[in-house]
Design a protein around this ligand. Structure first.
Ligand code: IPM
Ligand code: MN
Length: 336
């Protein structure tokens, strides 16, 4: 029996997450749901942004749905972004961030790419120190093991998508050791997987320009943590912006679906939050982690049909409810 740990979090998290949970319940009727706490409110109440009980429940379930968490604008002693802790503690070492054209809301048709972001190291190891009061240093860690894992996941995704191109994105002209190790270890794995002919590479600045100029030319974009963070936001413009950008934090036998958007405290409680990114994140959980491909397609087709038939979705009031009703009814219809 499948189990799901739901971490709704702060802001619009508790508004968009239930919509994705409802979709999953329709697609997996005997799904068991467990709720867990994380984020800023949790920190204020329990003194901890990610309690041990949340990590335990995630490990027990092996699958989770994350909403959004708020972070204070200034450093608060003992507080670290909950999603970073979850990624690190649960070994969620790869982040899938697909971007595709959707009817009515995308600025351009014909785009279907995915950023595969290394999710555990790079500059995100968070090791910074002051050398003097005028000199700060951040460490960038790249390991062969993490790159090989990323490349193995890339090969797995490539086989499912019938990928035609795998672009390794780096800055090895300036960072030959870290980016060189990234590039070479990814290449070795992909060649070993028989995909050498699909692999090309781009420097990250060139990749950014080409993602703007010719996004339809990309298929899989494989990169390090911070480059992936930036490029995936940039590319999400083509799917209709962050409100439509899903992601899957993917480890060994464990995955956490996460809409890329934040907690949007300015619209929390107004009914305007768009649950599409949460819904599409649930679809990633279905397709890649649970390997329920028909169910994933059913969810994505329902989103697509809703957008096509309702001519997109504005940011008016009742957005959450309108999208929820539109998508869930289409899933139900498809299941009949
Ligand atoms: C993301 C977010 C996080 C990141 C922040 C909230 C720490 O921007 O999921 O892309 O930088 O990874
Ligand atoms: Mn980001």
């Amino acid at each position: 029996m499948k189990r799901l740990c739901v971490i709704a979090g702060d802001g619009i998290g508790p508004e968009v997450t239930p919509v994705a949970v409802d979709a999953l319940r329709l697609l997996i009727p005997n799904l068991q749901i467990f709720e867990a706490q994380a984020g800023w409110n949790c920190f204020l109440q329990q003194g901890c942004a990610v309690p041990e009980s949340t990590l335990e429940l995630m490990r027990e379930c092996g699958a989770g749905l994350f909403g959004a968490v708020q972070s204070p604008a200034r450093a608060v002693a003992g507080y670290r972004s909950a999603i970073l802790t979850l990624r690190q503690q649960l070994g969620l070492s790869v982040n899938l961030r697909p971007v595709r054209s959707w009817p009515a809301i995308s600025p351009k048709p014909g785009i279907d790419l995915m950023v595969l972001r290394e999710n555990s190291e790079g500059l995100y190891v968070g090791r910074e120190h002051m050398v003097s009061s005028d000199h700060a240093v951040a460490e960038r860690h790249i390991s062969r093991q993490a790159c090989e894992l990323l490349a193995q996941r890339t090969a797995q995704v490539a086989r499912q998508r019938e990928t035609k191109r795998i672009t390794l994105v780096h800055k090895a002209n300036v960072l030959p050791l870290t980016c060189g190790l990234f590039r070479d270890s990814c290449r070795t794995v992909l060649e070993h997987e028989g995909m050498g002919a699909l692999v090309d590479e781009r420097l990250v600045d060139v990749a950014a320009l080409q993602l703007v100029e010719q996004p339809e030319a990309f298929d899989l974009v494989v990169t390090t943590n911070l480059f992936g963070d930036v490029l995936s936001d940039l590319a999400s413009y083509w799917s209709g912006g962050l409100a439509t950008a899903p992601s899957l934090n993917w480890g060994e036998g464990i995955a956490l679906a996460e809409p890329v958007h934040g907690s949007a405290p300015d619209i929390a409680g107004t009914g305007r939050a768009n649950p599409i990114a949460a819904l599409l994140s649930a679809a990633l959980l279905l397709r890649y982690h649970w390997e329920l491909r028909d169910e994933a397609a059913c969810l994505e087709n329902a989103v697509e049909a809703f957008l096509r038939e309702s001519h997109g979705v504005g940011f008016g009031t009742h957005t959450t409810q309108r999208v929820a009703a539109g998508v869930l009814s289409r899933i139900q219809l498809a299941l009949e």
